[in-house]
Design a protein. Structure first.
Length: 247
């Protein structure tokens, strides 16, 4: 065991998700060098499977119901809090009774925003904001979105990148919004403009008197196509019918 008074040289290097640190020690008996590699995996992907069905809070996402309007109900199934003001909620296809058209892009769960009963020109204004991410050159944002139907008009999606250094916002979707198809659609955006910066992503439903917008399989993807799906610490080396109610 080393005495507290003995100096040990320690160097470290961080490369992507891998921290390598080396310490050196010398005395009359010789020199000793040891290297340790720590793989720090930061979560950058969400398929929403980990959350309880019908949750309106699902950390680390921050959910905001800015419109505060009551919601339409669904004719095909019931769920807790149905019709009450809310923003995004976790949908569970199995818990809902597997209604046709409400399938997830993957798994059985996703985030959905139900249509608000409009108050004049005011409709949905519902947001979910991600955790913070350190961006490197070549990183991309990928997500899947879907409108449940186009009978009342396609859902309106807004995606924003926020630079945490100065809180400046950049809208990635077309102005004023993206109209989302009725099939699961993959959207990707290059984040290279934010290389070296720390950002978060805001996803907004700004639909007006439509029905339901779905979001699934959110990822921050590296140039190698790698997305991180779990927090982990490792030491790899040492030395349905689309009917709105009350429409």
């Amino acid at each position: 065991m080393l005495d507290d008074s003995i100096a040990v040289d320690l160097t470290n290097e961080m490369l992507n998700d891998t921290l390598t640190f080396v310490w050196n020690f010398s005395n009359d008996n010789g020199d000793l060098e040891a290297e340790h590699v720590l793989l720090i995996i930061v979560k950058r992907a969400w398929d929403f499977e980990e959350y309880e069905a019908w949750s309106t809070e699902f950390a680390p996402w921050v959910v905001e119901d800015i419109d505060a309007l009551p919601l339409y109900s669904v004719g095909a199934f019931d769920y807790p809090g149905e019709g009450q003001p809310a923003a995004w909620r976790i949908f569970d296809f199995e818990e809902a009774g597997e209604p046709a058209g409400w399938e997830a892009n993957s798994g059985t769960k996703y985030a959905f925003a139900m249509a608000a009963m409009p108050d004049g020109a005011n409709g949905n204004n519902d947001w979910m904001t991600s955790d913070n991410f350190d961006i490197e050159d070549g990183y991309e944002l990928s997500l899947f979105a879907k409108s449940i139907t186009d009978y009342y008009g396609l859902e309106r999606l807004v995606v924003i990148v926020v630079d945490n250094a100065d809180e400046s916002e950049t809208i990635l979707t077309p102005d004023p919004y993206e109209e989302v198809p009725t099939d699961w659609t993959n959207y990707t955006w290059d984040l290279s403009d934010w290389a070296g910066k720390n950002v978060k992503v805001k996803i907004g439903c700004v639909s007006h008197d439509a029905f339901a917008l779905f979001i699934d399989d959110f990822e921050i993807v590296t140039p190698e196509g790698k997305s991180i799906v779990n927090y982990n610490f490792e030491t790899p080396s040492s030395g349905v019918t689309h009917t709105k109610v009350r429409k």
